[in-house]
Design a protein around this ligand. Sequence first.
Ligand code: UD1
Length: 351
Amino acid sequence: MKVATAVGARPQFIKLAPVSRALRQRHQEVIIHTGQHYDDRMSATFFAEMAIPTPDYHLGIGSGPHGAQTGQMLAAIEEVLLKERPDVVVVFGDTNSTLAAALAAAKLHIPVAHVEAGLRSFNREMPEEINRVLTDHVSAQLYCPTETAVRHLQREGVIRGVEQVGDVMFDVLLEAQPRIQQRAQALLPEFGLTPRGYILATIHRPANTDDPEAMRRIGQAFSDFGLPVLFPVHPRTRKLLERYGIAWSERIRFVEPLGHLDLLALASQAHQVATDSGGVQKEAFLLATPCTTLREETEWPETLEGDWNTLTGSRDAAICKALGRPRPAQLRHNPFGKGDAASRIAQSLHA
Ligand code: UD1
């Protein structure tokens, strides 16, 4: 078959890596990059680090308001699909690039396969939640990472084409595992950090970044807790923080966005991860590093089991308390599959 894969944002490049490799063993792949993420550190770095083939189409859409961004992608992807006529279009996760590609394909009657189907935060104010629900409902093949995801789809009446294959991010983590420890040993001294002696923070959700008071409270909690905080800053967060002019504690160290292995290495040795990212919550869980999630809800409820992850929103006292909670003693049950999600998807995919 000719399979078109559509990506645009950082987490999608990571998910594409194992899927692309598996697809190419039995199909022809055409990669479409919308250009949603365009900075080298948000895009090119990941293609190089994860040896993802160069996209066949780079649409160069870039940033913009949601409607304009999604609309431009929709038009540009439609053109590519009309030219390439793939048998199936594979989309990943929940970004505007996901929705645009899914809609473009569905309207052309090309079957859509959704990797990471069925996730729900039940918060419709998150653009990602809208993207997930709509993408699932136009998809013909729905590849769920967990049992919870399958149940969410059932409740919405989506049953046909649903398959629980496990999480492709777990595939990626398993593959990186042998290199994580060694990378951490090199990185920690570089950043002047000690094992379990720091917090790794990532913040990019509009609910936090667009609210100066929320960012101030998060900064206050980090400062009150007292451990050094390493904070790789997403470009949108950086732009906003520059505008707010918050007086950050010296304990907080802002650095450029990290490559994926470096992020895993630093997460693996942290006292805790503090994040509002979905993917990073899960990576912390899989690396057995406790996580404090700076949101009110999560689309990965499995990570909350046994106190490995805690939801605090942006309340400073709650964050500080969560950062200080004891490390869970009990072993975690891994609900994210066997690390063979990508090959299962490649096998199951059909026109
Ligand atoms: C997007 C996804 C989000 C995902 C995140 C991962 C949507 C609705 N959101 O959010 O689900 O978790 O990617 O990082 O699709 N910018 C740059 N350089 C870049 C990319 C972005 O400077 O390479 C800045 C721009 O100011 C832009 C802002 O970041 O306006 C937002 O970028 P956008 O890609 O639209 O959304 P993200 O916040 O990255």
